[in-house]
Ligand binder design. Structure first.
Ligand code: PMP
Length: 459
């Protein structure tokens, strides 16, 4: 690769001159310069200076089988040689999306047997939004088009993704969201439970905010509820056990479709193929992306339930929607091989019975007692550490987010790549992590917490 002819400084200067980054303050980036990641192997990433970092985020919640999988490169190479691209418009198909769809129908919950492809989670959420509205129009109820989502939800960065999401900052920059989307409270007990309210009751109250929104709009005007089974970018917020069954009951009662966004939780992260199975949710659509290819190719799959699929077939009429790269042959070949690896190595089962419980135990026994930690939480290999000033009162360190950033910076300096969101430190590692990798992560995080506490208490 020709980049080796450039020094880090030169690459940083070219980066600053020509490359606009996602979710970045470009003024700040120009002052600091970007960290150049140049190599990766197994659970580790390496920067241009040779620094080794344990990747606690699986890239961006996606590299579930870890780095350096030659088989995935070969699957892409073989497919590119045979046929790099053909579209799936105009009654054409190519073999790899066909076979991938069959595989996904086998892995998905029973009521799901159809797949619509895109190249990103955002695109597939656009598809989901348009599809549920199309469904109700085909059913003769075009006014049943309102979508209920949650504050702090993340559903992507396209206009529809941003509108579905519940991030205030993103909405402010949107200058007009897709109409008819409303946001209710998030199910995050640690912050939102009332004094004396237990998790169970809080979960029911959070779910009933959806019912309130349905009643306010009139059920005849509500198309669907959308939610991440565990809110990811919003801070790995895990709902109480009472939440999803109540959401399901409410959706059924008012004939409101249930849309799940499993862009992060899909393909093994929670110890089942889908978090729908972990939480026992029967959904009408499930948005997936990221770990479908372990990030080796851009690919997303909207899994579509029988109810919607049957109406598309029964009523007919063209759904005016699709992407050049819907069902991309190379991306689908890589996805098939990736799913084969996950199955062959028993990674989903391993998360469920071994590494997931061990990860939870590590967080509880080694991290939860730390003076800066208000709460630890995890499901499978997805977790968060909540940073507070005072464990008893849950008082935060101000300004919001500053403490987690301090911990993150020390973590990175100590060989641990992890992310800070608000006051949450987030972990979503590759599913290849072993008990030894989890121990290594625990040590590095603890050290980062100690160093951050020293800085913060001094300040
Ligand atoms: N939904 C969820 C739950 C996500 O976490 C993300 C990305 N982090 C998206 C949608 C958007 O996916 P993408 O960045 O691939 O467009």
């Amino acid at each position: 690769m020709t980049y080796q002819n450039y020094s880090l400084k030169q690459l940083q200067q070219i980066d600053a001159a020509h490359h606009l980054h996602p979710f970045t303050d470009h003024k700040e980036l120009r002052d600091i310069g970007s960290r150049m990641i140049t190599r990766a192997e197994g659970p580790f990433i390496y920067d241009s200076e040779g620094t080794e970092l344990l990747d606690g985020m699986a890239g961006l919640w996606c590299v579930n089988v870890g780095y350096g999988r030659t088989e995935l490169a070969e699957a892409a190479y073989e497919q590119m040689k045979e046929m790099p691209y053909y579209n799936s418009f105009f009654k054409c198909s190519t073999p790899t999306p066909v076979l991938l769809s069959k595989k996904l129908a086998e892995l998905a919950p029973k009521n799901i047997n159809q797949v619509f492809y895109g190249s990103s989670g955002s695109e597939s959420n656009d598809t989901a939004l348009r599809l549920v509205r199309h469904y109700w129009a085909l059913e003769g109820k075009p006014q049943k088009n309102r979508i209920i989502s949650r504050k702090m939800a993340y559903h992507g960065s396209t206009v529809a993704g941003t509108s579905l999401g519940g991030m205030d900052g993103m909405h402010q920059q949107l200058g007009g969201a897709v109409p008819n989307i409303v946001h209710v409270m998030m199910p995050y007990a640690y912050e939102l439970a009332l004094p004396g309210e237990n998790d169970h009751d809080f979960g029911l109250r959070a779910a009933r905010s959806v019912e309130d929104a349905i009643l306010e709009a009139g059920a005849e005007n509500v198309a669907a509820f959308i939610g991440e089974p565990i809110m990811g970018a919003g801070g790995v917020k895990i709902p109480p056990e009472s939440y999803w069954p109540e959401i399901q009951r409410i959706c059924r009662k008012y004939d409101v479709l249930l849309m799940l966004d499993e862009v992060i939780t899909g393909y093994g992260r929670t110890g089942e193929w889908f978090a729908a199975q972990t939480f026992g949710i029967e959904a009408d659509t499930i948005t997936t992306a990221k770990a479908l290819t372990s990030g080796y190719q851009p690919l997303s799959a909207l899994l579509v339930g029988d109810r919607i699929a049957a109406t598309l077939v029964d009523k007919g009429g063209e759904f005016y929607h699709g992407y050049t790269y819907s069902g991309h042959p190379v991306a689908c070949a890589v996805a098939l091989k990736n799913l084969e690896i996950i199955e062959r190595e028993g990674l989903v089962e391993r998360v469920k019975t071994d590494t997931g419980p061990y990860f939870a135990q590590m967080l509880k026994e080694r991290i939860a007692g730390h003076g800066l930690v208000g709460e630890v939480r995890s499901v499978g290999l997805m977790g968060a550490i909540e940073i507070v000033k005072d464990k008893a009162t849950k008082e935060r360190i101000s300004p919001v987010g500053s403490a987690a950033v301090a911990v993150r910076d020390h973590a990175i300096a100590n060989g641990m790549m992890m992310r800070a969101t608000g006051d949450s430190m987030i972990l979503s590692p590759p599913l290849i992590w072993t008990r030894a990798t989890i121990d290594m992560a625990g040590e590095r995080i603890l050290k980062a917490l100690d160093l951050a506490e020293r800085d913060l208490r001094k300040a």
